[in-house]
Ligand binder design. Structure first.
Ligand code: GCW
Length: 686
């Protein structure tokens, strides 16, 4: 037992309130499980663990129902032999991962049914019941039908085999050390439990930047160990994927080329894939970063991304494997004087012309947003722009540009905005969530993925409150219609208990935190004012004259990127109407994205009535005060939270305040110096 910070939201703390204890005891004394499979066994083990820990006794496990009040766990196929009053029609429209939770009366006794359409559904039902108990919900009269909205609910690890994690802020990798796969598999199992409890069903276990050793993960040198990891995840309903190096045929296959149209290359991929499936029969497939940030890809051979993806997809197809091909492709050797190249436009320009050219088992993975994972960006215009090509969405849970898990920044509200964004691709209600769940264009493969925020720190995420981002991400992939408030409330109760003050204060801290971070860092949709390389801390011109295409164009007259069709880069034209018009016009463009789309003088008046320069000053002064407010909320909870977690969060909040001040002063001074316009309120600007 490593304590509450390790257990995250699966603490299963002893229930002290006697009323709840009595109610749950009635239900949980007997557990019937007639099936015996890996996934069902995981579900059974989790129920036993949770119940014994919360209620202090081990339920009797029965092989067949008896005349008692009991829980029944299983799949609709097997449990329909027993009289369970289940309406089978309810299952017809459910996805394979769906389930029903229901309380029924049979004879004189009650049964609580946890019935999956498949065994994965049963596992999710078990986690759901434990969540109901951990959040103190009544169990009588349950009638729940759950169906995951997204077929793929995925996690990407950016872990390297030397144990480092690209953009990792919570220690080292739990998967690798010293260029080998770890032998400490317990931690991976606990990770699988956490992920599965929120519905994650796929994971790519190595960094999309695939270096020399990692290229060999697809070979017999490492496949036996990859298979061990896949075994663990499989028991929790999670399929394992590998990130691959596009130049593998050259690097490990001794071929002179990786040209996708070369028959020898095709044959090589076929053999590679066959071997992988001998070790991992349900292998998920490959995640590919190609022709992106100096990674190899089909461009070398004058082939396009469809040629590149399809040759690998062909090899995977007989086994049901997928190619997940990233759209993060742009010119990373730009000259800052070149105003016609626009990184935000790149994904659309590269991929839109290839609509319909990809095989069915290829999915395009599109980053939110069009530039990168900035604090605020518009939604990528590529969503909805490819009716005949499977798409999925990529979020970043790890807080690369949002405070690196030293600052509190709860991203669920940001993700909700993206998912709810109406692209108008097929008229009204063409929201991003309906595109990536496959319902708008009937995609065969699709969903949501995100870069993980965990490492081997005891609390997994560095900042204990950053656990909420992992939890919330999973919940949203299952059901993007859940509100931020619901998710937050669930997470706080499971993580910190039910004291009303605790629930209220932590909930507010989380809900306000993204806006607070935005306030003291990046105003009005401008990003990138960070130190180059590690991306922590303010540096207004850090990226301004570099090759990455990330400019704000601030000078003594004004700031912002003109991305209009009229006289800018033309980016706004990538959106469907009416979004295209809304962003094109200075009058209708929302304040929060103004500088993403327009270059304006510092004296330009926002819809809020403030000038741009005054907005910059005000938000930066406010942001620091709000960061101080976060600490006040937290310290009001002293004594209500265990010391370990209380102290570690307090330490980070203190650091956040320090850094917020640094941000404020650096940004305000820079723009005061550039514009020469003083703060209306005469506050200190250095
Ligand atoms: O934002 C950038 C990161 C890189 C990352 C890249 C990507 C894995 O700074 O570290 O590389 O995105 O998404 O490929």
């Amino acid at each position: 037992n490593h304590g509450n910070e390790y257990a995250c939201w699966l603490q299963y703390n002893k229930i002290k309130e006697s009323a709840w204890m009595e109610e749950y005891k009635t239900w949980c004394s007997n557990l019937v499980v007639v099936e015996n499979s890996e996934v069902i066994n995981s579900a059974k083990a989790e129920l036993l663990r949770g119940i014994s820990s919360m209620l202090g006794f081990n339920p009797s496990v029965l092989m067949e129902p008896q005349q008692k009040t009991l829980i029944m766990l299983g799949t609709i196929g097997k449990t329909d032999l027993l009289d369970n009053r289940i309406n089978k029609q309810e299952f017809e429209h459910l996805n394979p991962d769906g389930y029903v939770i229901k309380t029924v009366t049979v004879g004189e006794h009650n049964r609580l049914l946890l019935i999956g359409k498949t065994e994965k559904g049963a596992l999710y039902a078990a986690f759901h019941l434990l969540r109901l108990m951990q959040t103190r919900k009544h169990l009588h009269n349950l009638d729940i039908i759950q169906n995951p909205k997204n077929p793929l609910r995925m996690i990407n690890q950016w872990d390297n085999m030397d144990g480092s994690i690209e953009r990792g802020y919570a220690g080292k990798s739990i998967f690798y050390e010293n260029n080998k796969i770890t032998t400490r598999l317990d931690r991976i199992k606990d990770y699988a439990r956490l992920l599965s409890s929120v519905g994650i069903n796929a994971i790519a276990i190595n960094n999309v930047n695939v270096h020399q050793v990692e290229t060999k993960l697809t070979t017999s040198e490492f496949l036996p160990d990859v298979a061990k990891i896949a075994d663990i995840f499989r028991a929790y309903g999670i399929r394992t994927f590998l990130s691959i190096n596009y130049a593998s045929p050259i690097q490990i296959g001794n071929l002179p080329t990786a040209d996708p149209l070369e028959p020898k290359v095709r044959e090589w991929w076929r053999e590679r894939v066959e071997e992988i499936y001998r070790y991992i029969p349900d292998f998920g497939g490959f995640l590919v970063k190609a022709d992106s940030e100096h990674r190899p890809g089909p461009f070398t051979y004058n082939r396009n991304h469809a040629d590149g993806a399809n040759v690998i997809a062909e090899a995977l197809n007989p086994f049901g494997g997928l190619v997940i091909w990233r759209c993060f492709v742009y010119n990373c050797l730009q000259d800052w004087r070149d105003r016609s190249t626009d990184r935000a436009k790149a994904a659309y320009d590269h991929f839109k012309p290839l609509d319909g050219k990809f095989l069915d088992n290829v999915i395009l993975q599109i980053k939110n947003g069009p530039m990168d994972f900035q604090v605020r960006e518009p939604v990528s215009p590529l969503f909805g722009a490819m009716e005949n090509t499977n798409q999925m969405l990529e979020f970043q849970i790890t807080q690369e540009y949002t405070g690196q898990q030293r600052h509190l920044c709860y991203l669920v509200p940001q993700w909700k905005e993206v998912l709810d964004f109406d692209t108008f691709a097929k008229g009204e209600e063409s929201t991003v969530k309906r595109i990536v769940d496959g319902s708008l264009f009937q995609y065969s493969n699709c969903g949501i993925t995100a870069v993980s925020n965990i490492g081997n720190d005891t609390n997994w995420t560095g900042h204990t409150l950053a656990q909420a981002n992992l939890y919330g991400y999973g919940r949203l992939t299952w059901d993007p219609d859940l509100s931020s408030e619901e998710i937050t409330d669930e997470w706080v109760r499971q993580t910190f208990g039910h004291d009303p003050l605790v629930v209220e204060q932590i909930g507010k801290m989380l809900m306000d935190s993204w806006r607070i971070y935005e306030n003291y860092t990046s105003p009005l949709g401008i990003g990138w004012m960070v130190n180059p390389g590690h991306h922590y801390g303010p540096n207004v011109d850090g990226y301004e004259y570099s090759v990455w295409g990330t400019y704000h164009y601030a000078d003594c007259h004004g700031i912002g990127v003109n991305r209009t069709v009229k006289d800018g880069t033309g980016y706004t034209g990538q959106y469907f109407p009416p979004n295209a018009q809304i962003y094109e016009s200075l009058e209708s463009c929302p304040d929060e994205l103004l500088l993403f789309f327009h270059h304006v003088p510092y004296t330009h008046r926002l819809k809020s009535g403030k000038t741009v320069i005054q907005h910059i000053y005000d938000t930066h002064f406010d942001g620091v005060e709000q960061a101080e407010g976060l600490k006040q909320r937290w310290t009001s909870l002293k004594g209500k939270i265990d010391d370990a977690r209380y102290d570690s969060v307090l330490k980070r909040l203190n650091e956040q305040i320090e850094h917020a001040r640094e941000w404020r002063d650096v940004i305000n001074t820079y723009f005061y110096r550039k514009s020469g316009i003083p703060d209306e309120q005469n506050r200190t600007i250095y």
